[in-house]
Design a protein around this ligand. Structure first.
Ligand code: NAD
Ligand code: TYD
Length: 339
């Protein structure tokens, strides 16, 4: 079994590669990644030692490059993690989100058709469903919830999902889609909430909380997401969408206070800042389908997962300090300087 993992130098893709190398040692894995600001070859340094793993630098939206790679390698399955993934960046510069997330997906779908790949899996997000009201805690996203996007990021991911489903219906391309809630864990880029809190708190810097901090996210430890994708890749039904989430809803301010308390840092670091434009209120996944069809259940509670994550950031300071001392400084100043 040879699989192509795109975007494997990023947060979830790299965790998926490590999960598969450990749990599916007979698989050959090729990682295709453009190494944007979010991709980091250091993250894959251990994987690169493994003879079952190979790294290729390239852009999923470069059709000629992708076609050549598919001719050389003969993939059985493709898992597409590659994306521009940060909502705030999509509000500043939507264009690259359309290019990578939509045109890149289209390029991979065409390559899968041409080279008769037996499964294309699109890694999507619960953000394609828009948001739920804060005062209706009885409501959850199911696979039947209509697509209703808020940000250029979520609109680009929804477009990719629609294209993927169109290739199933029109060309019988064997596809699956997963829509997961917010992940956290090792190798998470420090622009996202949890690693941003950890890295800033460790430096005794202010923690910017958007709006009133009462927006709700449904958090899942990244390894549980990786396990779900492996199950869908092997046993998921073609043409189907699977929601992934572990019923772990928390307000942002609760998450911030939990991390500060574990780190022994004062709540006086919390700084309320101007809200995100179009800020989704609440995400909450109903994972009943993947549970009943594939037997998936999350294994890591938020309490354990956040402890493990914080320990990882403490043990791997060099990984995130290299990032925040680089171009990231300009990013932070641009996004938060006048907020
Ligand atoms: P990330 O930003 O950490 O990593 C993205 C990776 O894709 C990087 O390595 C980057 O270099 C690579 N990449 C970007 N553009 C590329 C291109 N044109 N060609 C090849 N490689 C390219 O993202 P992540 O958080 O790991 O998310 C991975 C996937 O999971 C995305 O599709 C995202 O939409 C989805 N997702 C993320 C979450 C989350 O909480 N982070 C939740 C649900 C779904
Ligand atoms: P984020 O990690 O960007 O993920 P997403 O927008 O995909 O859910 O943000 C998680 C939540 O945290 C979201 O409600 C926005 C909020 N947030 C802050 O309050 N401050 C920050 O500095 C960031 C990055 C996010």
């Amino acid at each position: 079994m040879k699989i192509l993992v795109t975007g494997g130098a990023g947060f979830i893709g790299s965790n998926f590669i490590y999960y598969m190398l450990e749990n599916r040692p007979d698989y050959d894995i090729v990682c295709l990644d453009k190494l944007t600001y979010a991709g980091n070859l250091k993250t894959l340094s251990e994987a690169i030692q493994n003879p079952k793993f190979k790294f290729v630098k390239g852009d999923i939206a470069d059709r000629e490059f992708v076609d050549n790679l598919f001719s050389q390698e003969i993939f059985d399955k493709v898992v597409n993690f590659a994306a521009e993934s940060h909502v705030d960046r999509s509000i500043e510069s939507p264009g690259i989100f359309l290019q990578t997330n939509i045109m890149g997906t289209a390029s991979l779908l065409d390559a899968c058709r041409k080279h008769s790949v037996s499964r294309y899996h699109q890694v999507s997000t619960d953000e394609v469903y828009g948001d739920l009201p804060l005062d209706r805690t009885d409501l959850f996203f199911t696979e039947e919830t209509p697509i209703h996007t808020s940000s250029p990021y979520s609109a680009s991911k929804a477009s990719a999902d629609l294209l993927t489903l169109a290739y199933f219906r029109t060309y019988n391309l064997p596809v699956t889609i997963s829509r997961c809630s917010n992940n956290y864990g090792p190798y998470h880029f420090p622009e996202k909430l949890i690693p941003l809190i950890i890295s800033r708190a460790l430096n005794n810097e202010s923690i910017p909380v958007y709006g009133n901090g009462l927006n709700v996210r449904d958090w899942l430890y990244v390894e549980d997401h990786c396990k779900a994708i492996a199950m869908i890749l092997e046993n998921g039904r073609e043409g189907e969408v699977y929601n992934i989430g572990g019923h772990n809803e928390k307000t942002n301010i609760d998450v911030v206070k939990t991390v500060l308390s574990i780190l022994g840092k004062p709540e006086s670091l919390i700084t309320y800042v101007k809200d995100r434009a179009g800020h989704d209120l609440r995400y909450a996944i109903d994972p009943a389908k993947i549970h009943s069809e594939l037997g998936w259940l999350p294994e890591t509670t938020f309490e354990d997962g956040i402890e493990k994550t914080i320990k990882w950031y403490l043990d791997n300071k060099e990984w995130w300090q290299d990032i925040i001392n680089g171009e990231y400084r300009n990013y932070y100043e641009k996004m938060y300087g006048n907020r």
